[in-house]
Design a protein around this ligand. Sequence first.
Ligand code: C2E
Ligand code: CA
Ligand code: CA
Length: 746
Amino acid sequence: MRLHAFDIRALRAQMDRRFAVTFMLIVFAALAVIVTSIVLTALDRVASYANHLDEERSRETLVGAIETFKHQLGATLNDYAAWDDAADYIYVRRDADWVVRNFGDMTFESDLFDVAILLDAQGVASMAYSDGAPIEGPLTGYLTPDVTGLLETVQTMPEGEMPQALGFTKTAKGIGAAGVALIRLKSGDVTVDADQRAYLIFMRHLSTDTVNRIGQAYVLPGLALSEVDPAISHRVDILSPTQATLGALGWDLRAPGDVSRAQVRWLVTSAVVLIGFYCVMLFVVGTKEVRRLRGDEAAAIKLSRTDRLSGLANREGLFSALAQSVEDARGSGEDVVLLYLDLDGFKEVNDAYGHGTGDRLIRGVAAGLQMLVGEDALLARVGGDEFAIALSGKDAQARAIALSDAILQFFGEPLTVGERVVVIGCSIGLSASPAGSVDGEEIIRRADMAMYSSKEGGRGRWTVYDPAMDEERESRNQLELDLREAIQHGEITVVYQPVVSSQHFELVSVEALARWHRRGHGPVSPDVFIPIAEASGLIDQLGMSVLRQALEQLRNWPDLRLSVNVSPGQFRDPAFVARVQAVFRETGIEPSRTVLEMTESYFIQSPERARSALERLRQIGLRIALDDFGSGFSSVGYLRQFGFDRMKIDRSMVLALEEGHRAIETLQATVALARSLDIPVTAEGVETEQQAVMLRLAGCDELQGYLFGRPCSAEEIEILRHKSMEPRARAAEQAFYAQAGKRGKA
Ligand code: C2E
Ligand code: CA
Ligand code: CA
């Protein structure tokens, strides 16, 4: 089962290429997407990191600003409270006007504090001013728990520490920093008792103005007071001394990362667009290429399943179609039947008229078969001159047989090829796969086997596969094994058949013939084992063994010549001529005493090689006879073309002499032609005296046949050598003329 290895390799390469292209496309596209997203992610990270950095820095600045705001108030408060004048006016002179002038009035449009309250040791306010005016009504909106807390801190502060406390609080005016300090001398000394002490409270509120100024000073755009919103991170909470959240200062994020990103946005966008375009192009080109490759692949599959010469399916096409049919048949329960056809005599046409004619003949046969087969069966050309037809359906077996008959009838007519008319035949084998029970390869094998059976049965017929054929094949294989063994063990023996002169019937030569007594089976005919030896290549050893044995024997018969048969297959061995020469040298036989007999098939098959082989054999001194003339194609042309040294007329021509004048004339003409070319003629298969005399009269100079002796052992030849056949020759002549006379009278 040869597959079209080349086509399959091409197909596989095709598929590999498609896979590679798809793979590359995917890799390129994936790479582009990955690189793009890496770059975009990196940009994003840079941007958000820059944003984050900026936010943190702003937060730290704002925290510092709030601290500074509080400490500025603390510094101012310290200046006013630790003041010798203040201690004097408050504790000693108790001048309320001075207090208003120096504290209360100062709250008007001040950058330092906007509320000033003076408390005595009992926490009662002696003065309370806000924005340059006295605070009307109760002071509870200002003296918040935070402030009273600060007051307590200052009051309970241990000796030696600065009697001042700061913190944020939420008053009637809003959120602000508040400070409480003991009125004292600049030196820090307090000249009055604890219950006489006074405390100065300053407040500075985070008014919109103030916040704006802080925002400008610290570069915090959009700085503003707000409620605490946990969703917004860009804020700093303002905490009371008890850590309660009073509110928050928030600012507008500058997001420098976003700004930078905005700066490069068009670059990134164009890069993404370009990559997108690249991917689209890749996709477009890729799909196109993949589609093209898929097309190529489909075409390659189709091509790999098509026979180039006939345009029919080839062996591979048959395999795949048959596999499908069997699969379908399993489902439907229908039958699949295969016809395997081998043309008879195609090789001869090809050899005789050339390959051009052979090709045309194949095409003609393909067309003819296609007509007979029709549309609903598959016709395939599966080899040089082999065809197959696959049918399926309920009635497939009946149709197959009808089709086989039609095909044989088709080949019954001569075919016209160009200007030539040729006659070829066809041997058919059939095998069935009922309900798909036999798989495709097995159907082919069986049909092939049945076809061989048709060939062996005489060609031009159809045969249905029978399991017995497998057994036959098996026994043939066994025969081959046994033959191989027999050759190796020297069990092939040689017998000799006498060849006599036609004039006096005296022994002039012997033909060596191979014999095989198969162990456990008995004698096997050369007509059986020689073809097997030829087919299996054993003929080389077998032929050499026969030649050696015969030449060794010939040393004992110096008065005789020898004929040895040579099969065409033996010429396949390039050393054949050299080996033959070596055997002659070793046995010391003069090559001119020997004739090699060959059939014409080799000369038809490869005339050029045959000519050069003959040339070399002749150079050694050997003679060559054309064997079995008249049994096959038999062209006198070959006689002239190759210049044989002898011609042997086949037994069938001798037998035909019985049929009368036409056969006699044919024989006479043939012998006359050979003689005109100076080629002597031997007649084979001479069984009657009648034949012997007729052949002599026709011009044959030597005769061979049962009349003179069957193939026999060397010992028997020894006896014959010393026995004259002359009397027998005379008797034969007399008998012949007596017969002729009788016929003449009648
Ligand atoms: P062949 O070369 O034509 O040999 C002649 C065959 O005709 C022999 O058959 C022989 O026994 C038979 N024969 C001779 N005279 C008569 C006759 O009067 N009547 C009948 N009916 N037959 C006769 P065999 O020995 O069976 O050989 C058959 C063929 O086998 C030979 O045909 C030859 O082609 C082949 N063969 C035999 N030995 C060898 C060999 O050593 N080498 C090769 N290559 N082929 C061989
Ligand atoms: Ca012969
Ligand atoms: Ca012969």
